[in-house]
Design a binder for this molecule. Structure first.
Ligand code: NZQ
Ligand code: ZN
Length: 386
């Protein structure tokens, strides 16, 4: 196992009714609260009103309309609000986009230059406003990690950043807040959790046994509960298990001790940078072709381990048959969540494959992935997604 630093920093207040603790949580930081949220789902489902009534003793400043795949311009708008209103704490209510945007706003408030500098170079993040989150969508794990992904729409670059100062102080995770998620977002979030686990699972480190068994448990959880949440959006057990799986998949516990770059996320970030695609949908489309592309004599045993432990395939099958059956099972699972499984279905043609491949290799460090990939590899994977 590789050396690592793991710090489970964020306080998680999990379960029905935990929102009642919000005033006590926020009052540790001050009275001026920036309430960050998206395009209005929290107004429709009542979360906005319940938060406003709980915060009657606070000075609440609205920071609305944070878009999916949040833009740099939105970060700048949030920073201006923080400076104008002397904000003490950011309350991010939403999914990964709202939380990620809030993290960079929190850091940009203490930075004199262009906020994009903080995205390009996380070492420039020295200080940040405290962040408290109320999660409304399971998927990114942003509620329990320091990462933030921002898109510069002028240059069509989507990049991740983050520092220990941008990790949420407290996250309130009430599974009932996920009941109103549209099926498409439930599926996309589930695919995102699945992919986060795979990104850590498929690594070179030979002896990370405990991480890999935990990884399989989270994959099994998604396989069990995502289909239930799709059909019964108000199934508490399904929402609760998916929400906790989201946090555990990307709070560092699976990836610690397993060095190396991720494989599929860098490619997906190019799809969403150029086409504003829903992150989890892009991951689901890319994952089976990526798996088929990297399956070889060197990797086949890892795919067999995955097939036996996750998909319960018979261990005595011929190795490549077993590996291919595991990949097929992955694809069938995403299809069962009604995810469109080709780029064509989501309106993406081949015209930008080369430029996206070049950027994925450069920005994502794909030379250091589980199976190193160059531009040609990425184009071949994209071609297989057509
Ligand atoms: O904007 P509103 O109206 O809130 O609607 C949102 C949005 O349209 C809706 N939604 C969220 N909760 C809802 C709801 N609708 C009804 N009821 C609810 N309870 O869902 C839509 C998608 O929300 P978004 O926050 O964009 O989704 P997600 O959580 O998947 O976040 C995606 C972003 O996170 C980044 C992605 O790249 C993308 O930019 N990621 C962040 C990571 C991190 N911080 O660690 C890691 C990930 O790999 C990922 O890259
Ligand atoms: Zn992701």
């Amino acid at each position: 196992m590789d050396n690592f630093k793991f710090h489970a920093y964020t306080e998680i207040l999990f379960g029905k009714g935990q929102i009642q603790q919000l005033p006590a949580v926020l009052s540790k930081y001050g009275k001026n609260v920036l309430l960050a949220y998206g395009s209005g789902s929290i107004k429709k489902n009542g979360i906005y009103d319940s938060i406003q009534s709980l915060l009657s003793d606070f000075n609440v400043i609205d920071f609305a309309d944070i878009e999916p795949n949040p833009h740099l311009a939105t970060v700048e708008r949030g920073r201006d609000l923080c400076l104008a209103h002397n904000v003490d704490v950011i309350l991010a209510v939403g999914g990964g986009s709202v939380i990620d945007c809030s993290k960079v706003v929190a850091a940009a408030t203490f930075y004199d230059g262009n906020a994009w500098d903080l995205v390009e170079n996380s070492s420039k993040i020295t200080k940040a406003l405290p962040i408290v989150t109320v999660l409304t969508m399971a998927g990114t794990g942003s509620e329990m990690n320091k990462g933030a992904v921002i898109t510069n729409t002028e240059t069509q670059v989507k990049r991740g950043t983050g520092a220990w100062t941008t990790i949420p102080q407290t996250s309130i995770v009430d599974p009932t807040y996920l009941y109103t998620l549209p099926a498409k977002q439930t599926a996309a979030g589930s695919a995102d959790i699945f992919s986060h686990v795979l990104e850590s699972y498929f690594k070179r480190t030979p002896d990370a046994y405990v991480q890999d068994r935990m990884a399989e448990a989270i994959l099994l959880t998604v396989i069990k509960y995502a289909p239930i949440a799709m059909v019964y959006p108000e199934d508490y057990s399904a929402r609760a298990n998916l929400a906790w799986a989201s946090s555990l998949a990307l709070n560092g516990i699976l990836g610690s001790g397993k060095n190396g770059a991720w494989s599929v996320h860098p490619i997906e970030h190019e799809l969403s940078a150029y086409y504003d695609l829903t992150h989890g949908i892009g991951l689901a489309i890319l994952t089976p072709p990526w798996m088929r592309h990297i399956l070889n004599e060197d990797t086949v045993d890892k795919f067999c381990e995955y097939g036996v432990n996750v998909w319960k395939l018979p261990s005595d099958m011929p190795r490549f048959d077993l590996a291919n059956a595991a990949i097929d099972a992955t694809e069938t699972f995403f299809e069962s969540l009604k995810i469109p499984m080709t780029l064509h279905e989501v309106g993406i043609d081949a015209s930008k494959f080369e430029v996206m491949a070049k950027k994925a290799v450069e920005l994502g460090g794909l030379a250091y992935a589980y199976v190193p990939m160059n531009e040609k590899d990425v184009v071949e994977i994209l071609e297989a997604c057509k």
